[in-house]
Design a protein around this ligand. Structure first.
Ligand code: AHG
Length: 333
């Protein structure tokens, strides 16, 4: 079979009526920016890009140099194409407007420019996550409130993992597809079409160091997984935790499994660890389109009406049967 490039795939999606020309251009621009981020992360110590930037983001978290560089690459790439009304980043308090003099488009882009950035200095996979919404009609200077749309309204979502290979996973709501960067040619090539996440899992991802802070239903659920063959689940489960959501989700999208970042006593006040607009919604869209499920432990993530650009939520996602069981334990408690 002849390889299908991302550009060819986008043309097919346009012909199928799944996307318009502006959204196609937006994805091309984001993919190109991510290639640049991949090059910057790939230089490691030789690029002088490791370590702290000496600044903090809106959440008060210390920024790595590569957080700042990746954010700038995405902002710059998306400023002039005429496909965006505005963008919002996990690294910035307010939405970024399109600079004066450039044309504007119909789309809103949200991104976490470098997810898992605590892993950069130790050379473990990191990634970019993005989500695309439609700008409400008649709005010319989108503010935070215009971005506050439930995940069900996303037009597209994707992530790029900068790992041994650079991989883009994308959905427009018509299945989830994977592209691998051909580094010699410089283009993303379709490597898996219509990915399906197995409904059952034998692998789970969770930060076990938070166990003592979890709520009772989570204690019960994970306790049963850990009990293995002789416990109520009757089978052994393996555990993995990369601490880069992109890498953990990519493993699930590749061979099944579940990812949990539940609410716990330490993070109760902030509502969770992961951000709904930059992490939870795009990953939920990707996982659901691959046949998986994504909840907060109590309700479907994509049905939440967000109230803040940097709002956080608990995240349960991956193989359907496991997510449903963990959610059931929370709802019956
Ligand atoms: P950051 O991008 O600030 O490093 O956050 C990473 C996120 C997510 O990618 C990962 O799943 C989770 O935080 C890891 O959290 P812990 O550090 O609590 O394990």
């Amino acid at each position: 079979m002849k390889p299908v490039s991302l550009i060819q795939f986008l043309i097919e999606e346009r012909r199928a009526g799944h996307i318009n020309a502006e959204l196609s251009l937006l994805i091309e621009v984001v993919a190109r920016a991510c290639k640049r981020i991949g090059v910057a992360t790939g230089k490691g110590a030789l690029g002088g890009v490791l370590g702290e930037a000496g600044t903090g983001n809106i959440q008060g978290e210390a920024q790595k140099k590569l957080d700042v560089i990746s954010n700038e690459i995405l902002l710059e790439a998306n400023a002039w194409g005429g496909h965006l009304a505005a963008c919002a980043s996990e690294e910035m308090e307010d939405p970024q407007q399109i600079p004066d003099g450039y044309p504007k488009g119909q789309h809103l882009l949200l991104f976490d420019p470098l997810d898992g950035s605590s892993n950069i200095d130790v050379n473990i996979s990191v990634g970019t996550i993005f989500s695309v919404l439609r700008c409400p009609d008649g709005v010319t200077e989108p503010k935070a409130e215009h971005f506050l749309q439930p995940g069900t309204t996303q037009l597209a979502a994707g992530y790029v993992v900068y790992g041994p290979a650079t991989v883009l996973v994308l959905t427009f709501g018509h299945g989830t597809h994977e592209f691998t960067l051909d580094r010699e040619v410089g283009s993303f090539v379709l490597s898996r079409r219509n990915i399906r996440i197995p409904e059952q899992a034998t692998e789970f991802a969770i930060n076990m160091s938070n166990q003592r802070h979890w709520q009772a239903p989570m204690q019960r659920y994970v306790g049963e997984l850990l009990a293995g063959k002789t416990g109520p689940r009757g089978k052994d489960f393996n555990m993995r935790w990369v601490a880069s959501m992109v890498a953990d989700v990519h493993r699930i999208v590749t061979r099944g499994g579940v990812f949990y970042y539940p609410l716990d006593a330490k993070i109760e006040k902030q509502g969770g660890k992961l951000r709904i607009m930059y992490e939870a919604n795009p990953m939920a869209f990707i996982v659901e389109q691959a046949g998986g499920a994504a909840t907060t432990g109590r309700r479907r993530i994509m049905e939440i009406q967000p109230t803040g650009l940097h709002q956080r939520v608990p995240v349960f996602l991956g193989s359907k049967e496991e997510v449903e069981l963990a959610t059931h334990y929370h709802l019956e408690a």
